[in-house]
Write a protein that binds this ligand. Structure first.
Ligand code: ADP
Ligand code: MG
Length: 557
């Protein structure tokens, strides 16, 4: 702040000014701020931000506005769903493709567009998104849907009540402004047009009143025909509403309030499932509308709880009176349809949309789009995006992996206080992501698998090469005894080793030993020290302190 700054000058000794400018004046004034009050721990980090402009754009939670290379899939979805905007029931859709091929992002994009268009044209259409990896039982899916629709119904009721309240208010004002008119009941005009008015219960939204906007503001316009009798009078507030008398409005308000109070939210556990279903059904059918239910990771739901949910949802339309339901199922794996009841399978798969893996060029485009917003001008060296795209293309064309790589490379560059991201950061990011994956897989292994893996690690640490199943089993047994765990049979341990192989944690190859038959040779395919550290962070395994004797045991057998 310079000396001739008007703010400072005015505030000097000015009690009033100091009070209003207060905090910021003191804070900024070099006279008062103690220059040694901090040692600049954060200053350098704050000022040196050469890499990211907006890191959020690279996170999985961010929904991009543009999805390059997905216009075919997006257009196909839109072509099917546009039926909802015509008040018809769209076909059910099954979407499938490997992880990171843009299924969730595209489906969310389309549903946002659908909802906003339905608002634009006042067509009642609701989209509900459920991630079945999180919500993975029939009870939870139905309860979540029931509660969402109850919430929506309450919101609509409140909106209608607001409109009706202002209608009552307008009626009062109208009567007060012309007491002579209010004396003899309803003016003739409005009883005459009764027959032309729609039945209040037959309108799409159940009130029909919002069509005339704010009734209080319609004064000054003149109706034709008979309204000439009431020369220069404002339109009656009930004109072009479905109501003819104040009493009708009041009755409608009461019935809406009763509806609102009758909704009972479903608790997250405890009810019989058919009760949850019936609450959900009634909530959906409360209003005339088309409902699109999007079930993401639908294979997880079927895997965990069978196809009952899908069966119930897909037969709803034959019983709904006011609304229609259409389902979009999204899956990483088409095989799950083998486990479906044939009726469910054909109903769900009315339309199928495939999301193929991206190739390296497409991944480049996707990264380029995001990086324009995510990074500062010169932060990226030229080879970074192609390299991220190439790595992710090897990983079955996974855009999530590509974005993770780019973000992690940026973070590594930032941490190294580098001005730009270079190829080396991408390679390090690739190693880091791979290691993170291993750590997560190992951390969530069941205890028995951890013990088997620990046995393999102990053998490797002691320089044993070409480890065989028998050796692993012997060490494993000792480890189990040490921590009081059940000891599985050698056959089961062999199975667990195969599972570890499939997870990419160990490598088990069958080798022929000539006339001694065939045996498995096992080796670790992940970094030893890090993996051991993860295992020892499990409280049960951390009790094993002196491991040397177990390894010795190998030679005693
Ligand atoms: P899926 O659901 O198929 O596993 P997502 O839709 O979650 O994949 O996509 C993974 C990540 O990649 C998300 O961050 C998403 O925004 C991004 N993504 C996928 N496809 C595209 C695309 N065509 N354009 C821009 N970003 C994309
Ligand atoms: Mg997804």
């Amino acid at each position: 702040m310079s000396d001739d700054d008007p703010e400072t000058t005015r505030n000097d000794g000015d009690v009033e000014g100091t009070r209003t400018a207060g905090f910021s004046t003191n804070f900024e004034s070099p006279d008062i701020a103690d220059e040694d009050s901090n040692q600049g721990l954060f200053d350098d980090l704050l000022s040196g931000e050469p890499i990211f402009e907006n890191k959020e754009v690279l996170r999985p939670s961010y929904t991009p506005h543009e999805l390059p290379h997905r216009s075919d899939q997006i257009n196909k979805m839109a072509t099917i769903l546009v039926a909802a905007l015509r008040g018809e029931t769209p076909s059910n859709i099954l979407i499938y493709g490997k992880t990171g091929t843009g299924k969730t992002a595209s489906a969310k994009f389309v549903s946002k567009e659908l909802e906003s268009t339905s608002q634009k044209y006042s067509v009642p259409c609701d989209v509900e998104y459920i991630n079945c990896e999180v919500t993975d039982t029939q009870y939870r899916v139905l309860a979540q849907l029931a509660n969402k629709f109850i919430e929506k119904n309450k919101q609509r009721i409140d909106d209608r009540l607001d409109t009706l309240d202002s209608l009552l208010l307008a009626l009062e004002e109208y009567d007060e402004s012309a007491p002579d008119r209010s004396g003899g009941g309803q003016p003739e005009l409005f009883t005459d047009v009764d027959s032309e008015k729609s039945d209040p219960t037959a309108t799409g939204d159940g009130t029909g009143v919002e069509r005339d906007g704010s009734p209080a503001e319609t004064g000054g316009s003149f109706g034709g025909g008979e309204s000439d009798k009431h020369d220069r009078q404002p339109d009656h507030p009930l004109e072009s509403t479905p109501f003819t008398t104040r009493a009708e409005v009041e009755t409608r308000i009461e019935s809406l309030e009763a509806d609102r109070d009758s909704f009972e939210e479903v608790p997250m556990t405890g009810w019989p499932t058919d009760r949850v279903y019936s609450v959900f059904f009634d909530a959906v059918d409360y209003d005339e509308r088309v409902v699109v239910i999007m079930l993401d990771e639908i294979d997880k739901l079927v895997e965990k709880s069978g196809d009952d949910t899908l069966y119930n949802l897909s037969r709803m339309n034959s019983e709904l009176e006011n609304s229609r339901v259409s389902i979009i199922g999204i899956s990483n794996d088409l095989k799950f349809t083998d486990f479906l009841d044939p009726r469910v399978k054909s109903s769900l798969g009315e339309e199928e949309i495939v999301f193929p893996p991206y190739d390296a060029n497409q991944l480049r485009d996707i990264l380029q789009h995001r990086s324009d917003v995510a990074f500062k001008g010169d932060a990226l060296s030229d080879d970074v995006i192609p390299l991220c795209a190439a790595f992710a293309a090897q990983e079955h064309g996974d855009a999530r992996r590509a974005l993770d790589l780019l973000r992690t490379a940026g973070e590594l560059a930032e941490r190294a206080q580098s001005e730009t991201i270079v190829e080396e950061h991408v390679r390090k990011a690739q190693d880091k992501i791979e290691l993170d994956r291993v750590v997560e897989v190992v951390r969530t292994l069941p205890t028995q698998s951890k013990l088997v893996l620990f046995a393999i690690i102990l053998l490797e640490k002691n320089g044993v090469h070409s480890i065989n199943t028998g050796e692993v089993f012997n060490i494993y047994k000792r480890l189990c005894e040490e921590i009081d765990a059940d000891i599985l049979t050698q056959r089961r341990v062999t199975d667990l080793i195969s599972e570890l192989d499939m997870l990419g944690i160990v490598n088990a190859v069958v080798v022929s030993k000539g006339r001694y038959g065939r045996t498995k040779e096992i080796s670790l395919s992940v970094p030893l020290d890090e993996t051991e550290a993860v295992l020892l962070s499990d409280s049960r395994l951390s009790d094993i302190d002196d491991v040397q004797p177990f390894v010795q045991a190998r030679f005693e057998n």
